[in-house]
Design a protein around this ligand. Structure first.
Ligand SMILES: Cc1cc2nc3c(=O)[nH]c(=O)nc-3n(C[C@H](O)[C@H](O)[C@H](O)COP(=O)(O)OP(=O)(O)OC[C@H]3O[C@@H](n4cnc5c(N)ncnc54)[C@H](O)[C@@H]3O)c2cc1C
Length: 415
């Protein structure tokens, strides 16, 4: 069998997969229905966060989701509508909102997060990947003392079961560490080991290096069918013609359920829409990325800009950018930062996070084809999990020993 592979989807997951497959000597073509790195991997918050071990399915999360459904102004929102797939997704999500399912999922999440952090360090320090990488940690800042104190039980769990402790800082210590904050805050939890980067620069740099080694990127090229015989896919039909290959990878993010008939399996992913606004760095710019959990807003100080992002909207494949949602980002930041934003805004953006109901991605072979693979469903952490995903996928495809246990990411869990 030859080693030509077509990767469908040029987001961070497809490009990371291309990275490891091309280093193993495979001939790689990446196609995208839009631009390479032009979808969810473009304007996200850029946080590489091994601290984010816990899935969304924490006990009580479903109650929060139902409350959010009734509140159009909430940062977490489900737009009520007749959509059997959404209701099925929510039902499965609700069933997992308990401690034991949460901990089980967290182990699967942590394996990819920890491995990815090591891979990123190698990319940046040894392999010349340029992405404005900074290793300054991540602050969870609270205005309300009770909410700050409540996080202690999560910290205890993360420390005991996952060796991922945070340092609790009072208001004075927090402002000393990050003087861009207002002194009226209650305090913070500090994760020292997290990092951040500029996602579009990362994609540009990876693409540049891959092109030099012979990887082909084809934009505005949509996969419309996959065909073959006897369980062996042979060619991809695309809007730019047929592409023959010996292997195929679906790294199609939130669009993956729309391709189920080509994959021969159920991949229950809902688009979880988030927004960001990017602007020049304010004069009093934070040094450390910050999340305000009470307002669900993240602030990323990048070397060449400054980004406010977040919001989770289950609204289907909705392409509108709603000014009232963007306003939530500004309002959130205003309550905590001395100089919360800086005009002019250079970009307003939305992306569809590929959300599975158990917070784990699928990294597995398609049940229909021996030589077609799925790498999708990375939820809110695709950037943080991408290098390990690409490495694991390439190990599976080459039938090598894998560096993390692939079992939690099997597609059979949905069938
Ligand atoms: C506001 C926001 C903030 C976020 N912040 C962070 C963060 O700080 N850290 C973090 O780790 N993660 C973050 N995320 C999540 C992260 O952005 C995603 O998990 C990640 O980008 C998913 O990558 P992907 O490659 O799977 O999907 P995408 O980047 O969406 O790529 C999938 C690609 O597949 C292409 N495609 C689909 N169907 C076809 C087809 N039929 N033919 C050809 N091409 C096709 C699409 O055009 C698209 O380019 C954030 C997300 C949002 C919305």
């Amino acid at each position: 069998m030859g080693n030509r592979v077509v990767i469908i989807g040029g987001g961070i997951i497809g490009v990371s997969s291309a990275w490891y497959l091309s280093r193993s000597g495979w001939t790689v073509t990446v196609i995208d229905r839009g631009k390479i790195g032009g979808a969810c991997s473009q304007g996200n918050c850029g946080l590489v966060c091994p601290s984010h071990v816990l899935p969304l399915t924490e006990p009580g999360a479903f109650r929060e989701a139902v409350k959010a459904m009734l509140n159009p102004g909430a940062a977490f929102r489900i737009r009520p509508r007749v959509d059997p797939q959404l209701w099925s997704w929510l039902w499965h999500f609700a069933r997992r909102c308990n401690r034991s399912a949460m901990i089980q999922a967290a182990h699967g999440i942590q394996a990819l997060l920890s491995s990815s952090m090591l891979e990123y360090q190698a990319w940046v320090q040894q392999l010349g990947v340029q992405c404005e990488w900074e290793h300054r940690g991540l602050l969870f800042v609270y205005r309300d003392r009770q909410a700050l104190d409540r996080y202690a039980s999560t910290n205890e769990l993360l420390t005991e079961l996952f060796q991922e402790p945070a340092r609790k800082l009072d208001a004075e210590e927090t402002v000393q560490l990050e003087p861009a904050l207002q002194p009226q805050i209650a305090g913070s939890w500090f994760y020292e080991h997290d990092a951040h980067l500029r996602p579009d620069r990362l994609l540009q740099s990876l693409r540049g290096q891959l092109e030099e080694t012979g990887v082909t990127f084809v934009e505005d090229c949509e996969l419309t069918a996959l065909d073959g015989t006897g369980g062996q896919a042979e060619w991809a039909q695309t809007t730019q013609g047929r592409l023959a290959a010996e292997h195929f990878v679906f790294a199609s993010g939130a669009w993956t359920p729309l391709l189920e008939r080509h994959l021969g399996c159920n991949v229950p992913i809902q688009p979880g829409k988030g927004y960001s606004i990017t602007m020049p760095r304010p004069n009093i710019c934070p040094k450390i990325p910050i999340i305000f959990p009470q307002h669900r807003v993240a602030v990323t100080p990048m070397q060449s800009g400054y980004r406010l992002g977040s919001i989770m909207e289950f609204a289907g494949y909705d392409e509108t950018i709603r000014p009232e949602r963007l306003a939530l980002l500004r309002e959130g930041a205003r309550s905590y930062l001395q100089e919360p934003y800086c005009d002019p805004v250079t970009s307003t953006w939305y992306g569809w996070r590929p959300m599975t109901y158990d917070s784990l991605p699928v990294i597995d072979r398609s049940p229909r084809w021996n030589n077609a693979w799925i790498a999708a469903g990375h939820n809110m952490l695709g950037l943080s999990m991408a290098p390990a995903t690409g490495r694991l996928l390439s190990e599976l495809m080459q039938e090598r020993e894998t560096h993390v246990d692939p079992a939690p990411y099997a597609v059979s869990r949905f069938q």
